[in-house]
Structures are given as C-alpha cells and as structure tokens.
Design a protein around this ligand. Structure first.
Ligand code: NAI
Length: 287
C-alpha cells in the first residue's frame, strides 16, 4: 500500500492531529472543515506545534518547511478527487456522518478509501450511506487523542470491507511506527467500550460537581492504578461534549445497559458549554 494523498474532514481536536501526523509522514494532506475559523485555527496551531518541535530539536527546520508545504486547508469542493484515503473526523452524529459519506462517495474516485474516525458508531451503520462497490473500501480508522503522540490506531472491518484492505492498512501503519489493532465492528470497538467504565464509575463515585473530589480520584488512579491521566483530566482532554455523545451512543447500542449509562453531570456540563480544555473549563479550569 502506498498512501500519499490524504484528505481529512473535520479540523477539530482529532482531525487537526490526524492531519498533522500524516504530514509528518510526508504525505500530502488536504484538511477540510465547514467552519472557516476552525480551519484557520487548526493550521495556526499545527504550524506552532511544528515550530516548537524544531526548538526542541525533535524535527529539523528543513523537515518542517516541507511539512508546511504538504499541508493545505481547503473547501471540500476543491480537494483532489483521486486521493488515496479520506478520513472523516466530524461531529459524532450518525445522520450527519452518513449524509457526508453519501456526498463523499459520489465525489471521490472509485479507488479512494473512505474511513471514519468515529469513537462509537458501528462502521457498518455509517457504511449504509455508500454504494455496494464503495463498501469494500470503507473502513474504520480510530485514532486516539493526541493523534500525533498516541500510537494506537484501531482498524475496524465492517462486514463488506475487503479483508485485504485491513491487512494492507495494518502493515502501512505498522511501518510508520503506529501500533495498529484489528477490531470487531461493534459500538465503542475495543478501547472506548472498556473505557466507558473508566469514566462512568469515577463519575458515580464523585456524584456531584466537586473539584476536590475529582482531584482525589484522579490522584488515586494515577498513583495506585498507574494511569498517566486520571479520568477527569482525560475527559477534559477528550472534550466533555464528545465523551458524552460517545457514552450515549454506546449506552443506546447496548440497549441501555446500566453499566454504560451516562451520568447527569455530563449532560449538565454540556448544557453549560463546559467542554473541557477546548473551552478552558471542564471538571477543572484552564487559563
Ligand atoms: P471537534 O468538535 O473537536 O471537531 C469536529 C470538527 O468537525 C469541528 O471543527 C466542526 O466544525 C467540524 N464539522 C462538523 N460537521 C462538519 C461537516 N459536515 N463537514 C466538515 N466539518 C464539519 O471533535 P473531535 O473531538 O475532533 O471529534 C471528531 C470525531 O473523532 C468524532 O467522531 C469523535 O467521536 C472522534 N474521536 C474523538 C476523540 C477525542 O478524544 N476527542 C478520540 C477519537 C475519536
């Protein structure tokens, strides 16, 4: 497999990280978002991150000059129709994702691989939006936050996805020092299914919006459990809105099993627009 031309749709937390990582692999990347402001912010942030990596001597200025040339922001109508791979990283909403993929299926060449970075929806459900032929080249590629640093990429095969495509992508990511994992197509895949309890139980232990309790739970899980981040710190990083959508969709998919139930505090925070680090206020405050 030779992936050279990548389109990333959605320039938020995940899309911008995924785009940055692919440009770092010296792929040509076209980054798309329906918000012009978000697109500008993503490009500025990625450039600033690269400049920092040069300062820290992790990248050379020559490499960064080349990466900056390789990453472009565009509107969907202007991206190359014969791209090798399109990764969707927009809002976690099944209907919106499906309607985008219907459009992408028409727009891109028949050889283009279409992938979703969804955290929770079965890939087969999203793939219902595309043609029979495209279903063979439709796959889940689930990156983790921050995408430039986290090694794991879950590769999810829907019923119609060609097995050879999964194998080829596995080898490609493996050769780029990611740690790919093949996952069954089920709600939450591997990590997000297991992780529901990493968020849900601490929320039930904390019960209410009390920063001291959250700090204590985070501290215990880091010191005793050996986790790099506590559950509340991690939810703030992921985005409370995204984490809440994923919780709801996994809970619904498992027929409202109590162990996957969302906590009232999650909804309350979404209503208050306390989305975590990205809005500078989540369980904790950020300056
Ligand atoms: P985000 O809210 O930070 O970014 C979403 C972006 O998509 C926004 O910039 C928005 O303007 C754009 N957008 C929305 N609808 C669009 C459309 N129709 N066309 C083009 N752009 C559109 O969300 P985030 O956190 O980046 O999540 C994106 C996807 O990645 C979701 O499916 C989420 O479940 C998944 N994911 C999120 C992780 C996380 O830690 N935040 C981890 C792994 C996957």
């Amino acid at each position: 497999m030779n992936l050279q031309r990548i389109v990333v749709i959605g320039a938020g937390t995940m899309g911008s990280g995924i785009a940055q990582w692919f440009a770092q692999q010296m792929c040509y990347v076209e980054l798309v978002d329906n918000s012009e402001a978000q697109l500008k912010k993503a490009l500025t942030d990625i450039h600033a991150s690269w400049d920092k990596l040069v300062e820290k001597e992790k990248l050379t200025s020559c490499q960064v000059i080349q990466m900056k040339k390789l990453l472009e922001t565009k509107s969907l109508r202007k991206v190359s129709k014969d791209s090798d791979l399109v990764i969707e990283a927009i809002i976690e909403n099944l209907e919106i994702k499906r309607s985008l993929f219907q459009e992408l299926d028409q727009y891109f060449s028949s050889k283009t691989i279409l992938a979703s970075n969804t955290s929770s929806f079965p890939i087969g459900l999203i793939a219902e939006a595309v043609s029979v032929e495209r279903k063979k080249r439709f796959i889940g590629l689930h990156f983790f936050n921050p995408a430039t640093i986290m090694k794991l990429v879950e590769i999810i095969k829907a019923t119609e996805t060609e097995a050879s495509l999964c194998d080829a992508l596995y080898e490609w990511f493996d050769s780029k020092e990611k740690k790919p994992a093949l996952s069954k197509d089920s709600p939450g895949f591997i990590v997000n299914r297991v992780a529901r309890n990493f968020y849900g139980e601490p929320l039930r232990i904390a019960e209410r919006d009390d920063e001291e309790r959250m700090k204590e739970i985070d501290r215990v899980l880091k010191e005793v459990g050996g986790f790099k981040m506590g559950p509340f710190e991690l939810m703030d990083l992921i985005g409370i809105d995204i984490n809440y959508s994923v919780t709801c969709s996994v809970w619904e998919a498992y027929k409202q099993e109590p162990r996957f139930a969302p906590h009232k505090l999650q909804k309350q925070m979404v209503d208050e627009k306390r989305f975590g680090r990205k809005t500078k206020r989540g369980f904790y405050k950020y300056d």
